[in-house]
Write a protein that binds this ligand. Structure first.
Ligand SMILES: Cc1cc2nc3c(=O)[nH]c(=O)nc-3n(C[C@H](O)[C@H](O)[C@H](O)COP(=O)(O)OP(=O)(O)OC[C@H]3O[C@@H](n4cnc5c(N)ncnc54)[C@H](O)[C@@H]3O)c2cc1C
Length: 499
């Protein structure tokens, strides 16, 4: 095993509070390293990316007796998970925040770090806003969380949902491209399948909404096979994935939240790794040198026997590789775009909608925000409405001024929750498409033809370069849980390779 060496100048240690990006909550508990000019290290494994996947891989590699350096481009850890400061001294979550049943690996990680969960506020009625009309509805009824559209639409949507679940049950989560009907399903978009199956307009509305809410991509952009794989992945080794588990709050992926915000998980995980984590170190190149690799980031060079790249595929493609990656791997990364997503959080003195019997969860057929949640803290010391701005909606607003986005968002919130929603005490906007080291979210997805042609390259190491990140997970790909699973899998892979 290589001994970890640091050459002068020694990497500086500091609290990350001062270095955190504007608005991002600082990592007071962590004292990680920052890249300084001409630093270099020699370790067993260089890990590119300090998101949940990269940090989990580091944890397991260190536990396996290996030396690591985690190179993170941003001045904070957590990647697609971030706590953002509020003017009232609180914070809100700008990226991934919810966890739910069968997401066992993120739960185990949070438990191990002492990060507790609480139940997403879900008391009172949901709200459907359709054709300009507000319809509150009770999710404890027969329909569960399905918005109450017309009877024909509900019947059609139920058939479509059951059909999707049955098709997904035939898709192996580790090799979706080997499903018996993989070729047929991967040559069509989800849109073309929905057009043939969700024939009642209100059923198509429900399925379109589910699609944009899950992927932050329009049905026309996604391979049907990829959608089925994603549904199959919404479970664990003993529970088959279902569409309902993806969309539901109670019993589904939105069931719980983290006390202190989801970024507590990567912050506390990074703290256990100390100055093995190097911030503000975007990796520019990975070059083979004899039997090892030279990983060059801004301000630091790491020599390593193995490299783990824990980035979404399109961002991994922005690194230069020498020798070139196998063609199939590069073609894969050329074909998996990030979804388009923003989050808008309006803060109020109180969660006033609760007094109106509403739980803050609205779905809509119009507006810039078409899906909302009550994002108030567990003690409800203030109120927060969080809205997703997804796919075509955020694309239309990627270049807009924050003031214009705010005006559009608050108009939607007023339609859903009344005029009080027009006067928040503060407003936070996070546009992931404009984030340099994410360029969208929540996940890099597969359009038609990608999984069957290039899916096998998702996890296939390229020499001593191994791939992690939620996109490589078999269960809960696209989610924090998938990120943890991918980190655990890649660490096993690398430990086995190192012998
Ligand atoms: C708005 C939004 C809402 C979401 N909601 C949920 C949710 O409710 N529940 C859930 O489970 N999941 C949710 N997700 C998804 C979840 O956040 C991700 O699946 C997960 O965080 C991915 O972790 P990762 O480590 O695989 O990747 P990332 O978090 O993307 O980590 C990659 C890291 O690599 C860094 N990086 C990029 N390029 C370089 C480079 N060249 N050199 C060095 N470092 C680099 C990035 O800065 C980043 O820190 C959401 C995501 C978004 C954006």
């Amino acid at each position: 095993m290589a001994r970890e060496r640091q050459h002068s100048p020694r990497l500086s240690r500091r609290s990350l509070l001062g270095g955190a990006a504007a608005g991002a909550v600082g990592l007071t508990a962590v004292s990680a390293g920052t890249a300084s000019a001409a630093a270099s290290r020699t370790v067993d494994v260089a890990i590119v990316g300090g998101g949940i996947a990269g940090l989990t891989a580091a944890r397991d590699l260190v536990a396996g007796g290996r030396t690591v350096a985690v190179l993170e481009a941003r001045d904070r850890v957590g990647g697609r998970v971030v706590n953002l400061k509020l003017a009232n001294g609180g914070f809100t979550e700008g990226g991934g925040e919810f966890i739910g049943p069968t997401q066992n690996r993120i739960k185990a990680l949070a438990d191990s770090l002492g990060v507790a969960t609480f139940t997403t506020y879900n008391t009172g009625n949901n709200l459907l806003y359709k054709d300009g009309k507000r319809t509150p509805y009770d999710t404890s009824g027969l329909l569960g969380s399905v918005p109450p559209v017309d009877a024909a639409g509900l019947a059609n949507a139920a058939i479509v949902q059951s059909e999707l679940d049955s098709m997904a049950a035939t898709v192996p989560v580790d090799t979706p491209w080997t499903a018996a009907k993989a070729a047929e399903w991967d040559k069509q978009t989800f849109e073309s399948w929905l057009n043939a199956n969700a024939i009642v307009p209100s059923a198509k509305f429900l399925l379109d909404l589910a699609c944009t809410s899950i992927f932050s991509a329009q049905p026309r952009e996604l391979s049907l096979l990829y959608v089925l794989y994603y549904i199959a992945a919404a479970g664990d080794e003993s529970h088959a994935g279902t569409l309902e588990r993806l969309t539901d709050t109670a019993g589904g992926a939105q069931e719980s939240r983290f006390v202190g915000g989801s970024q507590q998980v990567p912050i506390k995980l990074a703290a256990t790794l100390g100055d093995r984590v190097v911030l503000s170190a975007p990796v520019r190149s990975i070059a083979r040198s004899g039997s090892a690799y030279v990983v060059t980031a801004d301000g630091i060079t790491v020599n390593a026997t193995r490299v783990v790249v824990a980035l979404p595929p399109p961002l991994a493609a922005r690194i230069s590789y020498d020798p070139l990656l196998p063609a199939a791997r590069d073609q894969l990364t050329q074909r998996m775009p990030m979804g388009s997503i923003g989050k808008a959080i309006a803060v109020y003195d109180t969660p006033f909608w609760r007094a109106d019997g509403l739980n803050g969860q609205a779905v809509s057929d119009s507006g810039v925000v078409r899906s909302t949640f009550d994002n108030s803290p567990p003690d409800a010391s203030y109120g927060a409405l969080m809205g997703f701005i997804e796919a075509d909606e955020i694309r239309a607003y990627d270049a807009a001024s924050e003031a214009d986005v705010k005006t559009a968002v608050l108009a939607d919130y007023a339609n859903y929750f009344g005029d009080k929603a027009k006067s928040p005490t503060s407003f936070v906007l996070q546009r992931w498409d404009n984030e340099g080291f994410s360029r969208g979210g929540p996940v890099a997805y597969a359009p038609p033809g990608v999984l069957t042609e290039y899916g096998a390259a998702l996890r296939q190491p390229a020499g001593g370069i191994h791939w992690a990140g939620t996109e490589t997970s078999t269960f809960w790909t696209g989610y924090m849980d998938g990120a943890v699973r991918s980190g655990e899998r890649v660490a096993k892979e690398v430990l086995a390779a190192l012998g």
